[in-house]
Design a protein around this ligand. Structure first.
Ligand SMILES: Nc1nc2c(c(=O)[nH]1)N[C@@H](CNc1ccc(C(=O)N[C@@H](CCC(=O)N[C@@H](CCC(=O)N[C@@H](CCC(=O)O)C(=O)O)C(=O)O)C(=O)O)cc1)CN2
Ligand code: MET
Ligand SMILES: [Zn+2]
Length: 768
């Protein structure tokens, strides 16, 4: 008899219609009180648990819900809110939570323009190699832990009251410490942390929680020895609580940590059956027979329907080795995929048939179990047959392949990846053409996406605004942005990106081989979501995508206006990608499409083209051994995009949201004429890195953090630029913010940029 249980590591929390987003923003604007916000949150949890139970899962997952971020929840659960916030008794836990997440004055998600003050939020950074951002815990030698929040226990009680069997998901102690910052020897805190985990586990046990999933995705990283060695004693201690623990790993193979993971004193192990498929048999062998093996066989990172036949043949030998007992799951939390395919009536029906979002993935798990337990059942056979047909249809589809794209890729020479002249020569020609002052000022591309802009786009979607009226409204926004920049005295202007819903989706909507969804939202951070396009076939560009807007903007001013493109790696990284060809091939197809856009912008007289690559670093594989091949093709894809530009055309790139010091040679190898780069997370370390490396081309280190509504003054920016000058020759320096300004308001933006231009002028005077 086969004994198979179903569960998932986590479920999307933003809601089928982004209910959580709207509830949060209404709350932040003061339109609703905490009771109303809590009611929406409880409704969502109840709905998401019901979906899990209705699909036939054996447990619902509790602890994966968060109003803003799961790591932020964990900080409050463990009572380690950073002392720098100086919270007083007058602040409720909910207020403290949002202050940590958004700063004292509030990240301006709702666009209502709240007041300014200076208590910066926790830093936000990428969750492993995903486009989800978590809030970074801050540790010091003085950090203490206590069980400080009832939220998790309340949610367990809530699920139990609804009659659910509960599995709690908890970030593991080692992963939690690993994710934090502020101390070199974070492991020193473990001793203080573990008793608190013990207390939490004991309380959960007393509540009758059957399983606790402890997430330790760092087991998929190249860990320093001290961290690896910490696992055994840690789990030995946690196991004392007597609550059955399911140790969860995902995103990456276990490799040298495999036998360690199998040996740890826990009741079960969850592995990523998609990204670590080749390790399944080994894990099945190594994991002691009395332990539960949970196989994440359905992809939690992508949206393709599971090939159930292939999944079943992968599972068969594992099942044999596990004496017929197994847990089936998605590879990781479903946080990273949209809620449901059901509202996607606009999707091409053939493509629709190839996809599975979160709800559909739950059904896939149920069908897999049925296929293993009752294979003879006619309904199961019929369901499998329909899957088989969809998978075969996708595999055989002629639409996926485009012979012209293949031929162009095959004919691609090394030449295509090179600019026509070395930087030193290009620089001279560009200076003659552009005649820029020292310390040229510019911005990163987007200006505030005001409620009016969003409303115009929404009206166009509802067909209340026709294309002509919409274009007119966007041109007015562009004209406004150009006018503002001239007033502020910026040297290199941008059109402001008003016409773009998102820097990736906008291009996905216009490229062949891409599809876009109506409601396929995925949480990016807090209330902010993205709608990643789906790359289903060979990519090509049927027509120019940005040229008309760029030409219009350039026609409004004598100063240069940057053409603004998203680079191939970022488009790849922020889309759902094909799983039937290497990412490198898809990246190169996108590169060729974007290369044509660069050529068209240049031909239209645009003198500067920016090719944004904020996700270049994020795409780096989690395992070091795979870095070099990735960086090779990623750099080549960028160079192919830019390589078409003449020597007198200035190519900019932009990067943010990451640490860059470990990939400086590759950043230099992009050979962009100018890079504008985020420095707010560690200005000095970054600049010293670029200085030590003697970064050869021009560089604009961001002089102010756009994630905060705080307006920096001139002196602050002058000080930062002087630090920059100490390590990077002045002639290489540009002056710009950290990133695009789309989430900010116009008033604060104008003040900050006025100060920034004044800072650049001060430096010019001193240099003269
Ligand atoms: N793809 C991607 N990943 C990224 C980034 C990025 O820019 N893009 N940046 C970093 C993350 N930063 C982010 C910053 C802001 C937003 C953001 O503002 N998201 C918006 C949605 C942006 C969007 O697609 N807007 C659309 C649709 C907006 C919408 O919801 N419209 C409403 C109506 C709105 C109205 O009437 O005002 C509707 O359709 O119901 C548009 O402008 O057209 C949001 O959550 O609110 C997301 C990520 C890293 N990862
Ligand atoms: C996340 S990087 C953003 C770059 C883009 N050009 C912007 O300014 O919005
Ligand atoms: Zn950026």
């Amino acid at each position: 008899m086969k004994n198979i249980s179903l569960h998932i590591p986590g479920f999307p929390r933003i809601g089928a219609q982004r209910e959580l987003k709207f509830a949060l923003e209404a709350h932040w604007c003061g339109e609703t009180d905490p009771v109303q916000l809590a009611a929406t949150a409880a409704t969502l949890r109840a709905r998401h648990w019901a979906a899990q139970r209705d699909a036939g899962l054996d447990f619902v997952t509790v602890g994966d819900f968060a109003l803003y971020d799961g790591v932020a929840n964990h900080i409050q659960l463990l009572g380690c809110e950073p002392a720098r916030f100086a919270f007083g008794a007058s602040e409720t836990p909910l207020q403290r939570y949002f202050i940590m997440a958004r700063g004292r004055s509030g990240r301006d998600e709702c666009g209502c323009g709240s007041a300014h003050s200076a208590s910066p939020a926790l830093e936000m950074t990428k969750w492993f190699d995903t486009n989800y951002h978590y809030l970074v815990p801050e540790f010091t030698d003085a950090t203490e832990f206590t069980v400080a929040s009832e939220r998790l226990f309340d949610e367990v009680a809530e699920a139990q009251a609804l009659g659910h069997a509960v599995k709690v998901a908890l970030i593991g102690p080692l992963t939690f410490l690993w994710l934090g910052k502020g101390m070199d020897h974070k492991l020193a805190l473990l001793e203080r942390l573990l008793p608190v985990y013990g207390a939490i586990l004991a309380r959960l046990k007393a509540m009758g929680v059957a399983w606790v999933q402890v997430d330790e995705p760092i087991l998929g990283l190249d860990l320093p020895a001290a961290w690896r060695n910490a696992f055994e004693p840690t789990y030995w201690q946690l196991n004392q609580a007597g609550t059955p623990l399911l140790l969860a790993t995902y995103f990456s193979p276990l490799e040298e940590n495999l036998s360690l993971a199998c040996r740890l004193p826990v009741a079960g192990l969850h592995v990523d059956g998609v990204r670590a498929a080749h390790e399944l048999i080994n894990v099945a062998d190594w994991l002691p027979a009395h332990k539960v093996l949970s196989v994440g066989i359905v992809d939690g990172r992508n949206i393709w329907r599971t090939d159930l036949d292939s999944a079943l043949s992968q599972l068969a030998p594992v099942l044999d080795k596990r004496a017929g007992a197994l847990w089936l799951s998605t590879s990781c939390s479903l946080l990273h995929v949209p809620y449901s395919l059901a509202p996607e009536s606009g999707l091409d029906s053939e493509l629709n048939n190839w996809l599975a979002f979160a709800l559909e993935k739950l059904d896939e798990l149920a069908l897999l179990r049925a296929a293993l337990v009752t294979p003879e059942d006619a309904a199961v056979q019929a369901a499998l047959a329909s899957f088989r047909q969809a998978i075969a249809g996708r595999r055989a589809s002629k639409r996926v392949h485009n012979a012209a794209v293949a031929a162009r890729l095959a004919a691609l020479t090394d030449e295509a990846a090179n600019r026509p002249a070395p930087f030193a020569e290009r620089r001279v020609l560009q200076q003659i053409r552009l005649n820029l002052p020292a310390f040229p000022t510019t911005t990163i591309g987007s200006f505030p996406q005001t409620p009016q802009i969003r409303a115009a786009r929404a009206a166009r979607r509802r067909r209340e605004l026709d294309e002509v009226a919409y274009a007119k409204a966007m041109r007015a926004e562009i004209a406004h942005a150009i006018g503002q920049q001239e007033l502020l005295g910026l040297d290199v202007l941008v059109h402001g990106e008003a016409e773009r819903n998102d820097m990736v989706e906008y291009f996905g909507e216009q490229l062949d081989g891409f599809a876009f969804t109506a409601n396929g939202w995925v949480q990016s951070y807090g209330s902010r979501c993205v709608k990643p396009p789906v790359i289903w076939g060979d990519v090509s560009r049927p027509a120019p995508m940005t040229v008309d807007w760029a030409v219009y903007a350039q026609g409004l001013t004598e100063r240069p206006v940057k053409g603004m493109l998203t680079g191939p790696i970022t488009i790849l990284q922020w889309s759902f990608v094909r799983d039937d060809q290497p990412r490198a091939d898809t990246a190169m197809q996108i590169a060729l499409a974007m290369r044509d856009e660069v050529a068209d912008l240049e031909a239209a007289g645009i003198a500067i083209v920016q090719i944004d690559e904020p996700a270049l670093r994020e795409g780096l594989p989690l395992r070091r051994a795979r870095h070099a091949p990735y960086l090779d093709w990623a750099v080549r894809a960028f160079r192919v995009t830019a390589g078409v530009a003449g020597a007198a055309t200035q190519i900019h790139t932009h990067m943010c949201y990451a640490e860059f010091n470990d990939i400086l040679p590759q950043i230099a190898a992009l050979d962009a004429d100018v890079i504008t780069i985020e420095t707010s997370r560690s200005a000095m370390a970054l600049l010293e890195g670029f200085g030590d490396f003697q970064y050869p081309n021009d560089i604009g280190p961001g002089v102010y953090d756009i994630h905060s509504p705080r307006v920096p003054d001139r002196r602050e920016m002058v000080a930062l630029l002087k630090k920059a000058q100490a390590v990077i020759p002045a002639r290489q320096l540009w002056v710009n913010p950290d990133c695009g300004l789309k989430t900010r308001g116009w008033e604060e933006t104008a003040t900050a940029l006025r100060n920034m231009v004044a800072a650049a002028r001060e430096l010019r005077q001193e240099a003269a």
